[in-house]
Design a protein around this ligand. Structure first.
Ligand code: WTA
Length: 701
């Protein structure tokens, strides 16, 4: 029996509770042509990866890699819940993604770079060319920047091939890279520089987005200054140039601190650097993600386990073969790009497409022109992009001559209607579609159909992938059976090699956030006592398919990007005029969810409009434009419990026009109607009831 879980009494209405309730959809089967060529068409894989064969089953993934030294212990649980995979094994990720392919594939494209300006030539970078660039830059990192194994380096780079070159050069030397999404602000970058203790920042002068050449180096100046205030000195800023030899930034190079990479590289021409053999357990990279408290968490991923899981899932779920042209239109600044643009595809000698810009630039036919031009046959994107492309150009795909054998959706729940457009129109009814559910923390997929083995079901992620064994717990820690029609906390029973190792520098937070809630015995060294808490709400249908409803915690998934409500609130509170702030998730037609901010003003503040604008600006500066709220409402007071806690649940219900529920226990119940009128207008709007058969979690008890 599981220990009784604590019920959360924070009074919030989570994403999962805002979930719309979709009806069960019919199955759609993959085509015989797809099955005939698939990397995994053998049902035996489920048996091979059953719990009876755990953990040895994961050798099948690890054997896709080239090991310098084989491991002795597949899974070491002695430091539970910090699991160690392939202990004693040695390998190098850069060698696995580059060098080992040279004998067979040196003249094959590793990367197809598609610049946003359509008149600019495409670049095919062969494995040989990638090898040369990675070696030269690794030499620079070692000899010029003085970086060595175990050092952390922060990258703040856009979608250009220099980014994977940088990552692989770090991996070659065992330097731990921490790439910050290019769209994040300089301040957000500084927080990550400080947390990771980076002395070197690698950036680019400029990049194209939405028809503009954006000056990016200016963010580096902000980041370095802000990091200094946080107590972290950056000694060197290495600046790649979007057009080598040309300066495209207003920012001045600070002497002795800022260096144009392209100038420095001249000294490293033709240099070769041996890949450093790393222990499987040595960290490969950090990827920061938002959590329930203020500070973003640095998820630490391992070399051996992560790479094995990336390669295994890319091969069997993404069905990537070396002869495929694979396009994942995510950003490398997120985990999807790390695993499924860079490490997974390159470990398998695939050709991976990197597109610099906005999907609908200059028009919504752009992605399909790229697909036609490169003859892309595997396509991977997020529901928010699918919704945008469907809205902007519903008939565009039919105008182009491309054929996808396989397509992926990732990052948020996809509405069955949107799924159908993706399948029928983008996939032309030919592609096997996988809806992949996973997280920054998990390194690779958790749930998805196996494309040649399972039928697709629109709106459902599918069963767990081989080797992953989920369980849904109610708030008391009791299992919810499949087909029960009830949602709960989806957890994973077992460790797996792709899982992050810890939160950088904060093991306690790692344990309390991901394992404490349903742990059966904190002293235990047995993995069976440590289910992994994903933080998502889910329900499992009779057929075993999972439907993910969204976050149960204080995280909002905006267009597939995770934002912490606390991060947004603290940034609103930096505005002088603001006394209190509360952020809630609101359903949005294109982005899935967006934040709305409720603020109350300090006494005596006259200009509410100015304060609103300042809140938006503060959020853009501290986090980035992706976090921009849909509305900032100024309220006379926040709805509060008698103990003074802000009742976000009430605000979220108002923002989503849901049933507000009982408010009589509040300290100030009258304020609720006042806020409702402010937000929804005088007329009483039709109240949508929350989904009846979804249990309501985390409400105020
Ligand atoms: C959500 C992105 C429904 C979920 C890879 C998870 C999804 C969070 C899906 C992780 C999906 C991801 N269906 N929801 N297929 N995939 N999510 O860390 O709430 O950026 O916890 O990783 O996105 O977001 P992250």
């Amino acid at each position: 029996m599981a220990k009784k879980g604590k019920s959360t009494k924070s009074g919030k209405l989570s994403e999962a509770q805002i979930a719309v309730h979709w009806q069960e959809e019919e199955y759609i089967h993959p085509s015989p042509e797809f099955i005939a060529q698939a990397n995994m068409a053998d049902r035996g894989i489920f048996e091979r990866f059953s719990l009876d064969n755990f953990p040895e089953c994961f050798k099948e993934f690890a054997d896709l890699l080239t090991w310098e030294q084989y491991w002795q212990t597949t899974l070491d649980t002695s430091d539970a819940p910090c699991w160690k995979w392939f202990v004693g094994g040695k390998l190098n990720a850069s060698f696995n993604c580059v060098d080992r392919h040279l004998p067979k594939y040196k003249n094959k494209a590793a990367i197809h770079f598609v610049p946003e300006p359509e008149e600019e030539a495409l670049q095919a970078i062969t494995y040989q060319e990638l090898y040369v660039r990675v070696n030269e830059f690794a030499a620079l990192l070692g000899d010029f920047a003085g970086l060595k194994k175990g050092d952390r380096v922060t990258l703040h780079m856009p979608m250009v091939p220099d980014l994977p070159v940088t990552m692989l050069a770090c991996a070659r030397l065992g330097i731990i890279h921490s790439e910050v999404f290019g769209g994040f602000s300089g301040q957000a970058c500084a927080d990550r520089i400080e947390d990771s203790g980076s002395h070197v920042l690698i950036t680019m002068d400029a990049y194209h987005r939405g028809g503009k050449l954006i000056d990016h180096k200016v963010n580096a100046d902000i980041a370095v200054e802000a990091a200094k205030k946080l107590g972290q000195k950056v000694d060197k800023v290495l600046v790649w140039q979007r057009y080598p030899g040309t300066n495209n930034t207003q920012s001045k190079y600070v002497k002795g601190r800022d260096f144009a990479v392209n100038d420095l590289l001249k000294d490293f021409a033709a240099k070769r650097v041996d890949p450093v053999p790393m222990l499987a357990e040595d960290p490969l990279f950090l990827m920061y993600t938002s959590g329930t408290t203020g500070k973003p968490k640095g998820c630490q991923h391992s070399t051996g386990g992560y790479l094995a899981y990336a390669a295994g899932t890319t091969k069997f779920v993404q069905d990537v073969h070396p002869e495929d042209v694979y396009w994942c239109m995510a950003d490398i600044g997120w985990i999807t790009g790390h695993t499924y643009i860079v490490y997974g595809p390159l470990a398998l000698a695939a050709s991976s497409v990197i597109y610099e810009g906005v999907p609908v630039y200059p028009d919504p036919g752009r992605p399909w022109r790229i697909a036609e031009r490169l003859d892309v046959n595997i396509f991977h994107t997020a529901p928010t992009t699918v919704r945008m492309l469907r809205k902007a150009g519903p008939d565009e795909p039919a105008k182009y001559n491309y054929h996808f054998k396989h397509m992926t959706t990732v990052g948020e729940p996809i509405e069955p209607e949107v799924w159908r457009w993706y399948y029928d129109v983008v996939g032309k009814g030919e592609a096997a579609v996988v809806d992949t559910w996973w997280q920054t923390e998990t390194g690779g997929f958790l749930c998805s159909t196996m494309p040649a083995l399972d039928p697709m079901k629109p709106g459902s992620a599918g069963p767990a992938v081989p080797g992953i064994h989920p369980v849904i717990y109610d708030e008391n820690g009791d299992e919810i059976a499949k087909g029960a029609g009830k949602a709960g906390n989806i957890c994973i029973r077992n460790p797996w090699p792709g899982a992050f190792q810890t939160i950088w520098g904060d093991r306690e937070r790692y344990v309390s956030t991901y394992y404490a809630k349903f742990c059966r015995n904190p002293e235990s060294k047995d993995w069976r006592d440590w289910p992994y808490l994903t933080g998502d709400g889910a329900m499992q249908a009779e057929d075993g398919y999972y439907r993910i409803l969204g976050r149960l915690d204080d995280v909002i998934n905006v267009a597939g990007h995770r934002l912490g409500t606390k991060e947004l609130e603290s940034s609103a509170l930096t505005v002088d005029e603001i006394a209190e702030a509360a952020v809630v998730p609101v359903a949005d037609e294109l982005k899935g969810r967006v934040p709305e901010v409720y603020v109350s003003l300090k006494p005596g503040v006259k200009d509410g409009g100015a304060a609103q604008a300042k809140v938006v600006k503060a959020i853009e500066t501290t986090i980035g434009k992706i976090a921009r709220p849909r509305n900032v409402y100024i309220v006379p007071d926040m709805p509060k419990t008698r103990s003074g806690k802000i009742m976000r649940r009430v605000l979220a219900a108002i923002s989503n026009t849901l049933d507000i529920g009982d408010v009589m226990t509040l300290a100030n119940p009258d304020i609720v109607e006042e806020i409702r009128v402010l937000v929804q207008g005088e007329e009483k709007l039709a109240i949508k009831k929350g989904p009846q058969d979804i249990e309501r979690f985390g409400e105020e008890g």
